[in-house]
Ligand binder design. Structure first.
Ligand SMILES: Cc1cc2nc3c(=O)[nH]c(=O)nc-3n(C[C@H](O)[C@H](O)[C@H](O)COP(=O)(O)OP(=O)(O)OC[C@H]3O[C@@H](n4cnc5c(N)ncnc54)[C@H](O)[C@@H]3O)c2cc1C
Length: 285
């Protein structure tokens, strides 16, 4: 099928883009970034935006830089930018590991980090990363700018705190300290599919014990989130099988898994047990 008719707009600056959004948002105007989620839904006529504001010509949104201890990822930075580590310390290699799980090479060449966040698929890897690291996003409209913390950004399946006329200008991830250990594990049935469940575990070592642990789960619930019960099981424990199993059991008990026609909630709960433990084992390697 072909998309329904729409008007195409090609701003060159962030100000032009937000001014256009202010005009067309009420008329179901949408931002077009990589188009890897929006265009298929338009082709199936699940989405029929009357206006598309194509941000690909806004060069200011290509920014990928480190500033104030954070990796700043502009709205037009593609998934493929992360195939190689983009910053010093453990964050660069972590992102390079995670990105290999997102779709396929041609989709990674076009789809954007921030488009994934705005789309907010519960199984999107970048959404899990933002939640695990307590990252933030910068949103801009003609009414002004605001910074939204990850915990306030995701509001459920494909729902975020962004208003219809707001442009997600950039995402910001705190850099990880040099001694941080991070591990990611995802389960899906075919390479390139969305995760059915995935986990990201991060901790540091102090005197051989885990400190400042972070454990986040994605794909299982309507939004990715840190699971504090699992983090408590890790905090101050020696890294290894007993602590990892305890954290995995705590995560499994804490989640409220989604159900669909293929995957029952109980299956997803079981997967949380496995992906959590494996993510932590990878962090320990
Ligand atoms: C076959 C296939 C497999 C895939 N597998 C995965 C996968 O395993 N994991 C995964 O995470 N993703 C997967 N994707 C989705 C892909 O990662 C998309 O690139 C991503 O979800 C959306 O990014 P985009 O830049 O393409 O956004 P678009 O498709 O352009 O936009 C998506 C939505 O976000 C809005 N939007 C985009 N950018 C902004 C912005 N800056 N400000 C405000 N709103 C914005 C748009 O208006 C639209 O509503 C897959 C896609 C396909 C086609």
């Amino acid at each position: 099928m072909k998309p329904a008719a729409f008007r195409y707009h090609a701003p060159k600056t962030i100000d032009e883009a937000v001014a256009l959004l202010a005009e067309v948002a009420a008329d179901d105007g949408r931002v077009l970034a990589g188009g890897q989620s929006l265009v298929p839904t338009m082709a199936f006529r699940l989405a029929k935006p009357a206006h598309l504001v194509d941000i690909n010509g806004v060069t200011a949104l290509d920014r990928l830089a480190v500033a104030d201890g954070k990796l700043v990822i502009g709205a037009c930075v593609r998934h493929a930018a992360f195939h190689q580590p983009v910053c010093a310390g453990p964050l660069g290699p972590l992102l390079a590991d995670v990105v290999r799980h997102i779709a396929h090479y041609p989709i990674r060449n076009r789809g954007t980090f921030c488009g994934s966040l705005a789309h907010a698929d519960p199984a999107a890897e970048w959404c899990l990363v933002l939640a695990a690291l307590d990252g933030e996003v910068l949103a801009k409209s003609v009414r002004g700018e605001r910074v939204i913390a990850a915990r306030d950004f995701f509001k459920g399946i494909m729902t975020t705190a962004l208003a219809d006329d707001e442009l997600l200008v950039e995402a910001r991830l705190p850099l990880l300290p040099d001694d941080a250990r991070a591990g990611f594990y995802e389960f899906n049935r075919r390479a390139g599919d969305f995760a059915i469940a995935m986990a990201l575990g991060i901790y540091r070592l102090d005197g051989g014990k885990m400190v400042a642990p972070r454990l986040a789960v994605g794909g299982a619930e309507t939004s990715p989130r840190r699971i504090t019960q699992a983090e408590r099981a890790l905090d101050g424990a020696v890294p290894g099988d007993p602590a990892f199993r305890a954290a995995a059991a705590a995560a499994t008990a804490a989640v409220d898994p989604m159900e669909d026609i293929v995957n029952s909630a109980e299956f997803r709960r079981d997967l949380v047990l496995a992906v959590t433990r494996r993510a932590l084992e990878r962090a320990a390697k």
